[in-house]
Design a protein around this ligand. Structure first.
Ligand code: FAD
Ligand code: UDP
Length: 370
């Protein structure tokens, strides 16, 4: 008999397993249908000895000191500030759009004040900014929207940006200075030994048993447990009884080249051309030295593992109905990007898991099974 069954060994499930095992001294069975822990943040050394991310580039960034302090129990950090270029009109330009992006794209020599005026003259008035298109056209105007955002978003999500909520493109800021970092957060570092090492340390506790390549559905009636934490897709948990929640997937093409470097930065985005959205070159993220280099191409698709909840009003409505079903299951906690249908970054999932643990501490007496 386990005190807790936790489904999913990504950030959500692993943080909760660690907290429950170390703070409540209760037994946890952590299951994942994949062959490894770490969820989508899993990294591994490939045949060339290069550390790659199997599910696409994962860059850690946060403004929360408490989340940094929590994870720092399990890893040291390597400073890395993410920079991304976009292939637009045949040249590589910094994205988020900044002063250098505009000056190089149009052969101008604007300063920041002039760039403000430039955007002001091009932006469209949108009374009610609701969609992923509205956000961009009301900030930088339609031409830049079409060059940098429309094609990428159509590829990534399979729908036009006007069908997606504003939160999608609002993730990417616009700057009038020369800051070319992808993120503005106060803490931008990578786990020094990689994500998987960090997860292994987090889960190295005698109260935690791990079963990989095991689907929840195979064991839910076989293994006795008291309480459940579920971090998979919430519609799947309920047998899709209210209909399917859309999750966008990706096909990853991993390649290794016999050359030391392929591109000038870790990620190059392709908003106008190609079927893939972006190419990642991992050595920029990790600082690894190797005579060869490994890349990942991301091809968006509807088929395959669920990676992204699709932020739009009708999906949120359906999610709310599943959430209401979840509220009728008192001994089940739904946590993480798939179970709460939120387009969360890693730090937000850690924050959500720690907040869930605080709620468990308040509402569940310890040694409930005793
Ligand atoms: P997941 O990591 O998805 O873990 C859920 C786990 O549950 C999975 O391992 C799955 O196999 C398992 N599972 C599901 N159902 C079952 C079942 N029935 N039985 C058993 N196991 C099950 N965030 C950042 O902060 N920075 C980034 O740069 C970044 N880049 C990203 C790039 C890509 C391509 C993607 C897809 C995401 C990126 N993210 C990034 C987001 C990040 O991956 C997530 O925030 C985080 O990994 C979510 O953790 P989770 O535990 O909620 O879910
Ligand atoms: N986006 C875009 N062009 C870009 C970068 C981003 O249109 O060059 C849009 C696109 O819709 C994308 C969203 O902004 O899905 C969020 O980008 P982010 O880099 O945060 O995506 P993620 O890393 O989560 O896939």
């Amino acid at each position: 008999m386990f005190d807790w069954l936790i489904v999913g060994a990504g950030f959500a499930g692993s943080v909760l397993a660690e907290r429950i095992a170390s703070q409540r001294h209760e037994s946890v069975l952590l299951v994942d249908r994949r062959s490894h822990v770490g969820g989508n943040a899993y990294d591994c050394y490939n045949e060339a000895g290069i550390l790659i991310h199997r599910y696409g580039p994962h860059i850690f960034h946060t403004n929360s000191q408490s989340i940094v302090d929590y994870l720092s129990q399990f890893t040291q950090w390597r400073t890395y500030e993410h920079r991304v270029l976009a292939a637009v009109d045949g040249i590589l330009l910094p994205i988020p759009i900044n002063l250098d992006t505009i000056n190089r794209l149009y052969g101008l020599e604007l300063n920041s004040a002039q760039l403000e005026e430039f955007f002001a003259s091009r932006r469209e008035t949108v009374e009610d900014v609701r969609t992923a298109e509205d956000v961009v056209v009301s900030t930088v105007g339609r031409e830049l929207y079409e060059k940098f955002f429309r094609g990428y978003t159509r590829k990534q999500w399979g729908v036009d940006p006007n069908q997606l909520s504003k939160s999608v493109t609002a993730r990417v800021p616009t700057r009038t200075n020369r800051d070319d970092r992808y993120f503005s957060d106060s803490f931008q570092k990578m786990p020094a030994g990689g994500y998987t090492r960090m997860f292994e340390r987090m889960l190295d506790h005698p109260n935690i048993k791990i079963m990989l390549q095991t689907d929840f559905r195979e064991i839910r009636d076989e293994i006795p447990f008291n309480r459940l934490i579920y971090t998979g897709p919430i519609d799947e948990y309920f047998g899709w009884q209210l209909g399917r929640l859309p999750y966008r997937s990706l096909r990853f093409e991993h390649v290794t080249l016999d050359q030391e470097q392929f591109q000038p930065v870790a990620v190059v985005n392709y908003p106008q051309t190609e079927d893939y959205t972006r190419i990642t070159e991992y050595k920029h993220l990790t600082g690894q030295q190797n005579a060869r280099t490994s890349l990942t191409y991301e091809y968006p698709t509807d088929i395959g593992d669920p990676y992204y909840p699709v932020p739009r009003a009708e999906n949120e409505e359906l999610f709310k109905r599943y959430e209401a079903l979840g509220a009728t299951c008192p001994d089940v906690w739904f946590v993480g990007r798939l179970a709460t249908y939120r387009y969360y970054n890693m730090d937000q999932v850690v924050g959500q898991a720690l907040a869930t643990f605080a709620r468990i501490q308040k509402s569940v007496p310890e040694w409930a099974s005793a």
